[in-house]
Design a protein around this ligand. Structure first.
Ligand code: BES
Ligand code: ZN
Ligand code: ZN
Length: 499
């Protein structure tokens, strides 16, 4: 995909050359003066007339008519240099690649030096570019009968970085692309419908990842779950004809199996709500209830590619939440793997049940630090909307690490509290240790507080992605549908982890 040259981009022939412009106001000075000269100052006129704008994410396309070796120039607006950031650059590149994709261009060149500022160096720009390329051009193929015409896709990008070491730029491009591709794999899993992505299919995907990256793979079947006493996961699966799977992937990047990061992802392949059944409007879209599992698998793909010196265990409890004569009912009392008993007040609060056993099992595999990711509550959408993931924790320092990773990944999170009063509500049952639905106030907090009962003293962060796992708006970094949210945050968290 990428070729890197440590030179200026004006001599080699390309279908298009992408150049960044800061709004300060626009000046074709320094290395860009060659471009303006080639056009005998006419570009400056185009800036004056507003045909070329350097405002944030504005794209101006110019045909060169042979005045430069490249056939077309794509000027990308970067806004004011003072307000410039990695995030803004990633969006600007996303907009540029979407434009190039809709113009059906198969190859492009980029003048990386024109995207550099005090805040963003060559390596950052290379990472932002390749990540944006993967993210912005993502499509879910779907299941429509195909036309015979193959679609033209961008398949070759030449990067000119005069001032940086070409090897280092190449490495940064690879890392950015891996982060983008891992996110896209998560998106694809979430976009797949429940009939075509069952717990068995999810497990098969994990097995394939394991083969590709040499992870140790363990897929627990129902019989083994019974032996281990995973009564919470089994309870949710009771009404289904699809077998449940407890999926475990282990990646060992250190000599010893110590300081293990446990990544736990909710893998409900379809959530009907069970006997506390969802409404006919509320049930549509519940194929995405394995968004947490997808985030964990996307992160494992990135980890498999980049091989950080860390230890990771990924645990995914997978089943659908269905109804039949055997199904779990409200008022039932079940026993989780931890031994804690749970009074089920709402079968639609199934995520916290399967995660209870998964968190216990992650600890069983030696996890010393936990993050769980789940499309857990509608309440988090009410609290934080669809752009911010809800976070809860039992450990300040561990939360700080997750927060920093999310910031760097451009996947914002915001914290909700767990106070003693919240724990009391989760523990409020006359006949069991816990209840799974203590009333409608503070749903998102209750969901997290319940899972926290199983994390116990192990540092733990819960990420509720019910609002962020999907979007109904196409943006500069991807289409509507699954976002793959938290794949990058989890992978960065692992890469940057400090004890
Ligand atoms: N999977 C849902 C949460 C959800 C809602 C995800 C909307 C994505 C979009 C979850 O299992 C659920 O049904 N939660 C209930 C919890 C309640 C019964 C305590 C909810 O949020 O209403
Ligand atoms: Zn539910
Ligand atoms: Zn659910």
């Amino acid at each position: 995909m990428f070729t890197v040259y440590q030179e200026k981009p004006f001599l080699k022939t390309h279908d298009c050359l992408i150049i960044g412009l800061f709004d300060q106001p626009v000046k074709f000075t320094g290395s860009l003066s060659a471009v303006d000269e080639a056009f005998s100052g006419e570009l400056t006129e185009l800036v004056k007339s507003g045909d070329i704008s350097a405002r944030e994410s504005k794209i101006a396309k110019i045909h060169t008519f042979g005045r430069l070796a490249a056939k077309h120039l794509y000027f990308v607006g970067l806004g004011k240099e003072k307000e410039y950031s990695f995030e803004r650059l990633r969006e600007a590149f996303g907009t540029a690649f979407k434009s190039i994709q809709s113009d059906k261009r198969e190859e492009a060149a980029i003048y990386l030096d024109s995207f550099i500022s005090e805040q963003v160096d060559e390596m950052d720009a290379a990472h932002a570019m390749s990540e944006a390329l993967a993210l912005s051009t993502y499509k879910f193929e779907g299941y429509k009968q195909k036309s015979n015409e193959p679609e033209k896709e961008l398949n070759s990008v030449t990067v000119y970085a005069e001032k940086a070491d070409a090897e280092e730029v190449r490495a940064a491009l690879t890392v950015g692309y891996v982060y983008g591709k891992g996110t896209n794999s998560a998106r694809t899993l979430v976009n797949m419908p429940g009939n075509l992505l069952t717990a068995t299919d999810l497990a098969q995907h994990a097995v394939e990842l394991g083969e590709q990256y040499n992870f140790e793979v363990e897929i627990l079947e129902k019989e083994e779950m019974l032996k281990l006493g995973m009564g919470a996961l089994l309870a949710v699966n009771q009404g289904s004809t699809e077998p449940p799977k407890m999926i475990v992937l282990k990646y060992q990047g250190k000599d010893d199996w110590q300081d293990v990061i446990g990544l736990v992802g909710k893998g409900i392949t379809f959530d009907t709500g069970g006997y506390s059944i969802k409404t006919k409007a509320g049930i549509v879209g519940m194929k995405t209830d394995m968004g947490g599992a997808a985030a964990v698998l996307g992160a494992m793909e990135i980890i498999g590619e980049l091989k950080p010196e860390q230890n990771v265990v990924a645990v995914i409890p997978a089943t659908d939440n269905m109804i039949n004569g055997h199904a779990l009912k409200p008022d039932d009392v079940i026993t989780s793997m931890s031994g804690k008993t749970i009074e089920v007040l709402n079968t639609d609060a199934e995520g916290r049940l399967v995660l209870a056993d998964a968190v216990t099992y992650a600890k069983h595999h030696g996890a010393n630090y936990l993050v769980d990711v789940a499309t857990l509550t509608g309440g988090v959408i009410t609290a934080l909307g669809t752009e911010t993931t809800g976070a809860l924790t039992n450990h300040e320092a561990w939360f700080e690490q997750v927060l920093e990773a999310s910031y760097e990944a451009g996947e914002p999170i915001w914290r909700l509290p767990i106070f003693e009063s919240h724990k009391k509500r989760v523990r409020n049952s006359k006949i069991a240790d816990l209840n799974n639905s203590p009333g409608s106030e503070g749903h998102a907090i209750m969901g997290g507080a319940f899972i926290g009962e199983f994390a116990e003293d192990t540092p733990w962060v819960h990420l509720d992605i019910a609002g962020t796992a999907t979007t109904n708006k196409a943006g500069c970094l991807g289409p509507s549908g699954a976002t793959g949210v938290m794949s990058r945050t989890l992978a960065l968290l692992v890469e940057r982890f400090e004890k």
